[in-house]
Design a protein around this ligand. Structure first.
Ligand code: 13P
Length: 352
């Protein structure tokens, strides 16, 4: 049976809307601030600055980030955690409204974490599909217009298995289809971890496998590629590798991998930083954009690489609120320049 004209019209409208939200997030030199640390994870970050993690301290830290003067010129979307989506500024404006009034699209992490994959030691599967349709409807009402789901792929002697790549790709695709049904742009994140002493060649091999499985699953699940954002790892040496690939090699291998798998219909690719230093993450992004002639926006969706300098400057103290904002502003601006291929490492020492 043919779909009714009304249904067709609705689908088309939704796709246009999804595509324009995706472009607002990563177009025009903008990128995404990943501020969706779960309560245990933000607790670990606060431990590093001897700051107690309470609902109030988490609110204040996120408020510092979101209200950074001028940051909306460089940040087109902010990924929130459930608690943060329900919080407000000190003046009582819900964060989602505050952000969207400034043109920063609010989004929400919806997976419930990577859990051990039964029967496959050392590998994980990301959970959170049960009840997701209802949760997405509520998040939409709270103002979220995009979502994030992270699959975690470990590199080891005999892992990842093909099964692990496929199982995670299918979960990502089911999540993405549910998001699009709810008129929410899915950020699709298959993260190959940097942990380990593997070579860049091994990372490329595994990333090729992960992206191949992902795009096959997205096609099977009828996900519209014009309405997603891909959030991949860069192809990079393991963090304990003795012999580390150069920034030029990282840029070249990452682009080779993305060009092999990511169709031109995908409006944007926004990298995770994954444990790179803030400066490395910026330089790598810049080198790829300097190479030019890419079919997609190539941008950032950094957590640590945007926040670590701000967290460090803040130290949990009201006295350092402005210093924390300056540190975030600097990273957002430099990453926006890297998105345009106009960053130079010498800019690091210039005043923000
Ligand atoms: P990092 O940039 O710190 O890797 O975090 C990005 C993110 O959202 C991981 O899911």
């Amino acid at each position: 049976m043919l779909p009714s004209p009304v249904l067709l019209e609705k689908t088309r409208m939704n796709l246009n809307e999804l595509n324009s939200v995706a472009n607002a997030m990563v177009g025009a030199g903008k990128g995404i601030l990943a501020a969706d640390e779960s309560t245990p994870t933000i607790g670990k970050r606060f431990d590093t600055i001897n700051t107690e993690s309470t609902e109030a301290s988490r609110q204040r830290y996120r408020e510092m980030l979101f209200t950074t003067p001028g940051v909306a010129d460089y940040i087109g979307g902010v990924i929130l955690y459930d608690e943060t989506l329900r919080q407000s500024t000190s003046d009582g404006v819900p964060f989602a409204k505050y952000l969207s009034d400034l043109g920063m699209v609010p989004g929400i992490k919806v997976d419930t974490g990577a859990k051990p994959l039964a029967g496959f030691p050392g590998e994980t599967i990301t959970e959170g599909l049960d009840g997701l349709r209802d949760r997405l409807a509520e998040y939409y009402d709270l103002g979220a217009r995009f979502a994030k789901w992270r699959a975690v792929i470990n590199i080891g002697a005999d892992i990842p298995s093909d099964f692990c790549l496929k199982a995670n790709a299918r979960a990502l695709a089911r999540y993405a289809a549910l998001c699009q049904e709810a008129n929410i742009v899915p950020i699709v994140e298959p993260e190959v971890l940097m942990d380990g002493d593997h070579s860049i060649e091994r990372c490329e091999e595994v990333t090729n496998g992960a992206l191949g499985a992902l795009f096959a699953a997205l096609a099977e699940h009828k996900v519209a590629l014009e309405g997603i954002i891909l959030k991949p790892n860069m192809v990079i040496s393991g963090s304990d590798a003795a012999d580390r690939a150069s920034p030029a090699e990282v840029a070249e291998a990452t682009l080779r991998c993305l060009k092999a798998h990511v169709p031109a219909e995908v409006p944007g690719i926004a990298f995770l930083s994954g444990g790179q230093t803030a400066e490395e993450a910026t330089e790598h992004l810049d080198l790829m954009n300097k190479a030019g002639d890419l079919p997609w926006e190539l941008s950032f969706s950094y957590g640590r690489a945007l926040q670590a300098p701000a967290l460090d400057a803040w130290q949990g103290s009201e006295d350092n609120y402005g210093a924390g904002q300056s540190a975030l502003f600097k990273r957002a601006k430099l990453n926006s320049l890297a998105h345009a291929g106009q960053y130079e490492t010498s800019m690091e020492s210039d005043a923000a």
